[in-house]
Write a protein that binds this ligand. Structure first.
Ligand SMILES: [Ca+2]
Ligand SMILES: [Ca+2]
Length: 131
């Protein structure tokens, strides 16, 4: 699976924002640290529900990431694992994905057209009945 240079650079930058202690691996501690920082930035106290919610969200992201990306099962995600998971499309698939997801685009393209046709025929029937 090929990842374009542009995307690879973007992924590397994103990876580094997750890797808060900069040891080259993203692990649970990185996310816990990020959650603490976020909580402090928002001014939530250590035991406030809002703070706990932020931590829950961050750890939820981590759980999803490790499940999708940690292929060797060592409990942390290195940059290669992260990029591979992204390329495979199992991590955070975005709707406006740049390149590489052409087939899924084409598939989702066909169904709205057919439903739109069905809807317009339905509408003309209704209009005919109203008159
Ligand atoms: Ca780290
Ligand atoms: Ca790993």
């Amino acid at each position: 699976m090929e990842v374009s240079t542009f995307l690879a650079r973007k992924l590397a930058r994103r990876f580094r924002t997750y890797d808060t202690d900069g040891d080259g691996y993203v692990d649970r501690a990185d996310f816990e640290r990020a959650a603490r920082q976020l909580g402090e930035e928002f001014g939530h106290g250590p035991d406030s529900p809002a703070r706990r919610r932020v931590e829950e969200l961050c750890l939820g992201v981590w759980e999803r990431l490790v499940r999708a990306a940690d292929t060797d099962g060592d409990g942390r995600v290195d940059e290669a694992e992260y990029a591979a998971a992204f390329a495979a499309g199992c991590w955070r698939r975005r709707r406006t994905s740049p390149r590489g997801t052409g087939s899924s685009w084409r598939r989702s393209w066909r169904s709205p057209t057919s439903t739109a046709t069905a809807r317009s025929t339905g509408r003309s029937t209704c209009a005919g009945r109203a008159h």
